[in-house]
Design a protein around this ligand. Structure first.
Ligand code: HEC
Length: 160
């Protein structure tokens, strides 16, 4: 009887221990994926493939955008796909906004902007695939731009 009690509490403590470890492990896994992470080489490599398949047709094979005149509206009133390299304004936006534009397109957020041809990828890419594409895009920016984007992200998180 005494033995059993000990065994019971030992098992309970072990179970709690495992639960805690699992919890932190899962959490670590989530933070590794939810967010742009250019140090995760697997994610960046996956993003490169996905970018070529899903984004390059509009945003350019080398992130250069649809046209050098991407700030000029097209005859139908929509805008061309902007570059995702350092010459564009993608890097002026925090992670969350880039994620939302990719997942839901732009129309959900802003009503005062003209119609967009940017498709929503919510049915084509999983959340972690979207983070992978964005990680690839960021990995292509010069170090200085990456650092400015890091700073922008930090300020964005603090103001929330
Ligand atoms: C059919 C063409 C097309 C495809 C494919 C496409 N985009 Fe776009 N994207 C656009 C257009 C057009 C805009 C400009 C939207 C606007 O302001 O009207 C845009 C804008 C964006 C923006 C906002 C950039 C900024 O500076 O504000 C992001 C981020 C973006 N696209 C990411 C992606 C990603 C990631 C993919 C691939 C998974 C992708 N797009 C695929 C056409 C496309």
């Amino acid at each position: 009887m005494k033995m059993n009690k000990h065994l019971l509490s030992f098992t309970a403590i072990a179970a709690i221990g495992i639960a805690i470890v699992t919890f932190f492990d899962l959490n670590r896994d989530n933070t590794a994926r939810a967010g742009i992470d250019i140090t995760n080489q697997k994610q960046v490599a996956l993003g490169k493939t996905l970018y070529a398949q899903q984004c390059a047709v509009c945003h350019g094979k080398n992130l250069e955008g649809q046209t050098p005149n991407w700030r000029q509206p097209l005859p139908d009133g929509t805008f061309p796909a902007p570059p995702h390299d350092a010459t564009g304004h993608t890097w002026h936006h925090p992670d969350k906004m880039l994620f939302d534009i990719t997942k839901f397109s732009r129309s959900g957020g802003s009503k005062n902007l003209p119609p967009t041809t940017m498709p929503a990828f919510k049915d084509k890419l999983t959340d972690s695939e979207i983070w992978a594409v964005l990680s690839y895009i960021k990995s292509q920016w010069p170090l200085e731009i990456q650092q400015r984007h890091d700073t922008l992200n930090k300020h964005h998180h603090m103001s929330k």
